[in-house]
Design a protein around this ligand. Structure first.
Ligand SMILES: *[C@@H]1O[C@H](CO)[C@@H](O)[C@H](O)[C@H]1NC(C)=O
Length: 243
């Protein structure tokens, strides 16, 4: 079952690839010429699945990923930048059957995905770097935050009849805040939610991509009243709402 869902996931992913191998050299060159900074990292993960019934077998899947990101130069802040992220992925499937037979198959692909970030200059009133969604400062509980000031609501949220919350502070890179601009599909990855956002109404959500400030509370928190546990980011508003 796990194996099958993996393949579904694989086809969904390859379907979305912007720059497959033949055009990689060109897209890479174009990205590199715009970039002032290149970051490269690699990961290897493996998982083992056993199938007990028809044709018993053990499947070891080894995923190796090398990611290169081309970060454009940032001149004036605040600004929005699009970073090209090129991932070389190899899936190696090692299958061993109960009769001793073995087989190995290798699938490789390259995915180029643009990532958009809002970049801003830090201000003294910003929450510190590393203030995640679970940080005490953002907890709705008044006991945990006696005397917490109330941060000003974002005018865009107010204009839409929504409340302002903080999803966790943006990432600090080279002394600037980098706030990731999510697509709806990214929302399930909590690590990608950052900066201030609007919430409320009829399960509405609108990301602001601005750094969180002192006095901000977490999403769905109404200070003095507690968490609104019935809220969820279901109806997206704003430019990213198209998926
Ligand atoms: C809680 O959130 C839901 C969904 O967004 C909303 O309909 C409801 O009015 C909210 N309740 C309060 C007390 O803010």
């Amino acid at each position: 079952m796990k194996f099958q869902s993996l393949f579904l996931c694989a086809s969904a992913f390859t379907g979305g690839i912007v720059g497959a191998s033949p055009s990689l050299a060109t897209s890479k060159a174009a990205a590199a010429s715009l970039a002032t900074k290149t970051r490269i990292w690699s990961t290897t993960e493996s998982s083992v699945t056993y199938y007990q019934f028809i044709n018993p077998r053990k499947i070891t899947l080894i995923t190796t990923k090398t990611v290169t990101s081309y970060e454009p130069s940032v001149a004036t802040l605040p600004t929005t930048v699009t970073e090209m992220v090129v991932s070389h992925v190899t899936w190696e499937d090692r299958i061993s059957y109960s009769n001793g037979d073995r087989s190995t198959s290798i699938t490789s692909f390259v995915a180029t995905v643009p990532e958009t970030w809002a970049v801003a200059k830090p201000q003294p009133t910003d929450l510190p770097a590393g203030t995640g969604a679970g940080a005490a400062e953002l907890q709705c509980s008044e006991e945990l935050n006696p005397g917490r000031p109330e941060a000003a609501a974002d005018p865009l949220c107010t204009a839409h009849g929504l409340k302002t919350g903080c999803q966790g502070q943006c990432a600090l890179r080279d002394n600037s805040w980098w706030c990731f601009e999510m697509h709806e599909r990214d929302y399930t990855n909590a690590a990608l939610r950052m900066g201030r956002a609007c919430w409320g109404g009829n399960l509405e959500f609108r990301q602001l991509n601005t750094p969180c400030v002192v006095g901000d509370v977490g999403m769905a928190c109404v200070p003095g009243q507690g968490l609104n546990t019935s809220w969820g980011a279901v109806n997206w508003e704003g430019p990213e709402a198209a998926g």
